[in-house]
Design a protein around this ligand. Sequence first.
Ligand SMILES: NC(=O)c1ccc[n+]([C@@H]2O[C@H](COP(=O)([O-])OP(=O)(O)OC[C@H]3O[C@@H](n4cnc5c(N)ncnc54)[C@H](O)[C@@H]3O)[C@@H](O)[C@H]2O)c1
Length: 364
Amino acid sequence: MSSEGKPLGIRKVGIVGLGLIGGSLAKAIHGRTDIKEIVAIDKDEASLKMAEEEGVITGSSCDDVSILSGCDVVILCAPVDVIKNMQDDLAKVDIGMITDVGSVKQPVMDAIRLPNFVGGHPMAGSERYGYACSNGSLFENALYVICLPEYSEVSANMLQSFEELIRAIGAIPMRMTAKEHDERVAAVSHLPHIVASSLSLLMANRDDGALSRMAAGGFRDITRIASSNSKLWAGITSNSREALLPILDEYIDTLTKWKTALENNDSAELEKLFAQGAIYRDHLDINLRGALEASATLNVHVEDKPGELARITAILGKGNINIRNINIRNFRTYEGGQVSLLLGTTKEAVEAYALLKEAGYVCD
Ligand SMILES: NC(=O)c1ccc[n+]([C@@H]2O[C@H](COP(=O)([O-])OP(=O)(O)OC[C@H]3O[C@@H](n4cnc5c(N)ncnc54)[C@H](O)[C@@H]3O)[C@@H](O)[C@H]2O)c1
């Protein structure tokens, strides 16, 4: 069914690469639409077996593309360099529409010049990978970028059905050119991955044992995505280099402004730079999940004693507040720690803050 309860007009979907994104798509389509047939290809037999046992997919193969025959939509969810090499295999099979989820669009669209191909990129993900980490709610409120190649012959009806499918899994379709997409994701996704990893690497080279023990919330937050799959991100960033190199240069220039302000001991300039960064960060639309995975986070300080987590969840449950994710940070050994609650909206965060404060918790 579509988001408005109408049939989607899509009966069979194929997924190539049943990892974090492919598995999450399969689970979302299985759980939220009337599509009965979902087949998958993955070189990892264990992932296919798990998905079949869970009833998420109805058929699978490690490498036989003929399983995709008769699919209305095939979604390529393997690493970008694997997707780029699939044109010849896909051309042999009878498929309605082919799309992909690759994090760069122009190189993929240059490599797969099939008339039934349309580029795609759901702006949702995480530093985790593999089918075991997939989840059917991953795309809720996420932008799902669609890029139409100039050679595309996909009908307007087919595209409309695909956009309905995107809405049915909770995401928001958005069309743009491959160039616009690649420049934007280089800035909001690919550069932050390099920043997180380079910061983590810098600390790794300096760590004398005490440094990592002193690393608190700020360091953990900014380096979270440094834990991503290194092979996958090497492929993404090297395919993104045309858009990434200019923005990396701009970032280095921006860092230089901080360096100059420090060299000149110019605290007014430092304050201006921090304030400009804060103003932009504070005005991001926190109801929209995207590459920055913006959402409302509430940090609750807790004592290290049994039942604390149950007490917090019970208070919020009574207040009818849905917790999307919980992260426990016990970084002050023997002194309790912090529970980080991911909530859907700022309104919920404000309500949760009031309820927890009333119950005696310190939140920020
Ligand atoms: N991780 C993210 O945050 C994110 C977000 C949006 C889009 N993407 C894109 O999604 C795609 C997949 O990323 P992921 O995070 O799901 O990675 P992943 O490692 O979780 O999944 C990739 C899957 O592809 C399979 N695979 C690899 N080579 C294959 C081959 N030759 N044939 C068949 N299967 C093969 C792997 O076994 C794995 O199951 C990439 O193109 C990436 O650019 C990732």
